[in-house]
Design a protein around this ligand. Structure first.
Ligand code: SF4
Length: 425
């Protein structure tokens, strides 16, 4: 098979992995315009200093001995299959880099023969790229669950990021939909990567030349909507993974129904994009707003609202903490106000040292006042045009919610309504 055919098959097969951000735009070159875009193959990632870099995103092979129900590459699917040779993938990466198409490689794979056999091929490719081709760009490799420790350790010394997909939010879902994968096989590489990163950081304090181990850290991906797991389950697992494995990112991937299976949504079901969006909003609350998963959702409210974002949902369930006075509240109290972000909270805390702030001032600090005004007072005054009660705040927030009917149709739950407070009947 021609290398370009392999590239088409293996780039297309990699498109469902979202753990390195975007892909999917197909745009032909136009006369008088610069550049074009292809849907498969090139995706983007962000470096620690915020730079966006393009990556060649491919599978090493889309042959797979496993039969995960949700996967395009499962062994029971009748699809075109291909496998790169190490030299072919090195040539592609090197030449794309020379032509400035890419700045790095994102490499995942199906499993042929065994996890170790597949990982050894991936290792040989990456090693060849580094040593023989002198490639010094970014490399992100997906670890194959079940790979031996020594092989993962060797891989971790030559790649920038290594990640393992947790795939599904619970062990029960894993047993049903990916019975060949064992929870322990997913978790133990994460533990190993964490331990090696910590060990390296410790040693580097004393010996600066200690070799780096996955300097870009590890991330994971979870499929959302393929199983019946609640948002609460997903958010709690996300928090646990950040805490236990020191992950850089947890990515959520709305399940795109591509296979017929009695336990999966029907093939013509729209992917739950808004649910994925809500999970990213909650992930932001965990990582940057000092929220705990147990505060965001609970047994009485196990799923996100389709109408308002998780921070508004939390605030509505905790009206006893509001309204807060912007001229007195701590930075962390301000962070909990819907519509006030890190930057606006910092600006408010700084500006109020010099004068008392009004609602107009809060707006100038960058806060989204159409949401924040329900939860704050300025110089002791609540917005006189509003009433501070659950029903009117909820309906006011609904009006300001940026949700289209199209997005709403991705959810299959209830019509707008107030939330149940914990312990309420
Ligand atoms: S192991 Fe990976 S590639 Fe193979 S069927 Fe499962 S999800 Fe797909």
């Amino acid at each position: 098979m021609e290398i370009i055919q392999k590239l088409n098959i293996l780039a297309d097969a990699a498109k469902y992995d979202v753990s390195c951000a975007s892909s999917g735009v197909d745009r032909a070159a136009k006369k008088g315009k610069l550049g074009n875009s292809v849907s498969g193959g090139i995706c983007h990632s962000f470096t620690s200093d915020g730079r966006c870099i393009s990556l060649l995103k491919v599978l090493y092979t889309n042959h797979c001995k496993y039969d995960c129900a949700y996967c395009q590459n499962r062994r029971s699917n009748d699809i075109p299959r291909a496998t790169f040779l190490p030299e072919e993938l090195c040539e592609l990466t090197y030449n794309f880099y020379l032509r400035n198409y890419i700045e790095g490689l994102f490499l995942s794979s199906g499993v042929i023969k065994s996890p170790d056999y597949t990982s050894e091929l991936i290792y040989r490719t990456v090693k060849m790229l580094r040593d023989q081709y002198g490639f010094n760009g970014y490399i992100h490799v997906k670890a194959i669950p079940g790979t031996s420790r020594s092989l993962l350790e060797r891989m971790g010394r030559i790649v920038d990021r290594m990640s393992v997909n947790i795939e599904l939010p619970s062990e029960d879902s894993l047993k049903l939909l990916a019975p060949d994968k064992k929870k322990e096989d997913l978790v133990s590489p994460m533990k190993l990567i964490r331990d090696k990163i910590v060990e390296r950081e410790g040693n580097a304090k004393y010996i600066r030349s200690t070799p780096k181990f996955v300097p870009g850290g590890q991330s994971t991906q979870m499929i959302v909507g393929a199983s019946g797991d609640t948002d609460m389950k997903i958010v709690r697992l996300t928090e646990a993974m950040y805490d236990k494995f020191k992950l850089k990112r947890v990515y959520f991937s709305a399940y795109i129904p591509i296979n017929s299976h009695p336990l999966l949504p029907a093939v013509d079901t729209a992917p739950p994009m808004l649910r994925e969006h809500r999970l990213y909003q909650a992930d932001f609350l965990l990582r940057f707003y000092d929220f705990k998963a147990s505060e965001i959702l609970n047994e009485r409210n196990p799923n996100f609202s389709r109408y308002i974002d998780p921070k508004c949902q939390w605030a509505l369930l905790h009206l006893d903490k509001f309204p807060i006075e912007v001229n007195k509240a701590s930075y962390y109290e301000l962070l909990r106000v819907p519509g006030i972000g890190q930057r606006s909270a910092r600006r408010i805390v700084q500006a109020r040292k010099y004068s008392k702030l009004t609602l107009e001032d809060v707006k100038k600090m960058g806060a989204v006042v159409k949401r924040a005004r329900y939860f704050i007072t300025c110089c002791g005054k609540y917005d006189p045009t509003l009433r501070f009660n659950e029903t009117s705040i909820y309906h006011g927030l609904l009006k300001s919610a940026d949700v289209t009917d199209n997005q709403l149709s991705f959810f299959h739950t209830e019509t707008p309504g107030l939330f149940l407070k914990e312990g309420a009947v």
